[in-house]
Design a protein around this ligand. Structure first.
Ligand code: GLA
Length: 388
């Protein structure tokens, strides 16, 4: 199958009888560690991946916006930039873009130019690799560049997060949008979600990033996600602090009786996950694979037992991979939870045995075929210069 950029360009030319004026891209992401810590003002360590969303854009003289999503049955959503922008009841995917558009209009840019847009991508949808964040970020990047606003990656990310929180209705944190906007080739980013400070952390050449999509469809993601967020906020309130970032394990334990038991478990995950994320950063800097292996394993157990966001098939896959790689690499569930993907950092020579183990065991045990992606840490969103 053609690269999504080519598909978007070809479909654009076919529909509008001319070439697109501008081309844009935003990557998906995989989080190495630091799960459900972002909206608690904590630390995350994601990397942008070499799978993404691509947009071919044609400028218009009027205020009309027409967007065609090739990967969603070629559906089209249209609106007028000068009219009130409503939810698109028929095309839920379009609400990510409509929400982004409203944010631009509200942040005092009423005269956004009209555009014809064709979009295509190669991030598996609904697998927890942030296909929707990259969809919002590529659109925001296109609007920012075409209208000469030149927003920074942090501003793009905050705008897209606000759109998702306010218009789409998921109270997500900042991680997915920020890594999609600010990713750096060959690096993971340690993000301090309290102040959005970013430290690029080199991913050692000796380790490959392997993503295994369990193909377990993520059910109830938004409602479970919003519940987890509320439980964390309850724990912070009961500890008399503004966010769990300010809590330590000893303070949590000393206040066991005054914190709701479920909220206590959620807080336990968040506090220990913040510590693990900082420790993992050191492990990567020192190429200390033994520590990395332990930290990723502990993170998985904490998501399984304290945060309760894994499912049995995901636990099975993590155990299976772990039995092959031992202490020579790390493996854990990645993303919001309830299905989706696991991520492994492992030496190249273990890719084949892990792949074999999955093919031999996973379909037999569970009737599903996992999809394996070997990814490269990649740059964040931007304009693509056409090659002639
Ligand atoms: C989803 C959200 C992120 C983050 C992760 C869990 O991907 O969009 O903000 O909370 O879940 O780490």
């Amino acid at each position: 199958m053609n690269h999504p950029l080519e598909r978007a360009q070809q479909a654009f030319s076919k529909t509008f009888n001319r070439d697109a004026d501008r081309l844009f891209h935003a990557p998906g992401r995989v989080n190495l560690i630091g799960e459900h810590t972002d909206y608690n003002n904590g630390f995350v360590l994601p990397t942008a991946i070499d799978r993404g969303t691509y947009m071919a854009v044609g400028l218009r003289d009027d205020s009309q916006i027409n967007v065609t999503a090739l990967d969603i049955n070629g559906e089209t959503s249209c609106w007028d930039a000068n009219a009130t922008i409503e939810h698109d009841q028929k095309h839920s995917w379009a609400n990510y873009l409509r929400g982004v558009f409203i944010q631009f209009v509200e942040s005092s840019h009423p005269n956004i130019k009209g555009m014809d847009v064709v979009v295509a991508g190669n991030i598996p949808q609904g697998a927890g690799l942030s296909s929707s964040a990259s969809f919002s970020v590529v659109f925001a990047t296109a609007i920012s560049e075409i209208n000469n606003l030149f927003y920074t990656p942090a501003k793009i990310a905050l705008l897209c997060q606000a759109a998702e929180n306010q218009f789409v209705g998921c109270n997500c944190g900042i991680m997915d949008q920020l890594i999609s906007a600010a990713g750096q080739i060959n690096h993971a980013l340690l993000i301090d979600c309290q102040n959005l400070a970013i430290e690029p952390i080199s991913v050692p050449d000796s380790l490959a990033v392997m993503i295994i999509d369990s193909k377990v469809t993520r059910g109830l993601v938004d409602s479970e996600y919003n519940d987890r967020r509320k439980q964390c906020e309850l724990a912070a309130k009961q500890l008399n602090i503004s966010s769990l970032r300010e809590a330590s394990l000893s303070v949590l334990q000393a206040n066991r009786d005054s914190v709701d038991p479920i909220a206590f478990k959620r807080a336990h995950h968040v506090i220990t996950e913040n510590e693990r994320t900082l420790a993992m950063t050191e492990a990567l800097k020192n190429n200390d694979v033994t520590s990395l292996s332990r930290l990723m394993a502990e993170s998985h157990v904490s998501m399984r037992d304290d945060f309760e966001i894994t499912v049995p098939l995901i636990d099975y896959l993590v155990e299976l991979v772990s039995s092959v790689i031992g202490r020579n690499g790390g493996v854990r569930m990645t993303g919001g939870g309830f299905g989706g993907c696991i991520v492994c950092l492992l030496p190249e020579n273990l890719i084949a045995p892990v792949t074999q183990a999955i093919h031999n065991n996973y379909p037999r045990e569970h009737g599903l075929t996992a999809e394996i992606h070997i990814c490269k840490a990649s740059n964040g969103a931007g304009e693509i210069t056409p090659t002639v």
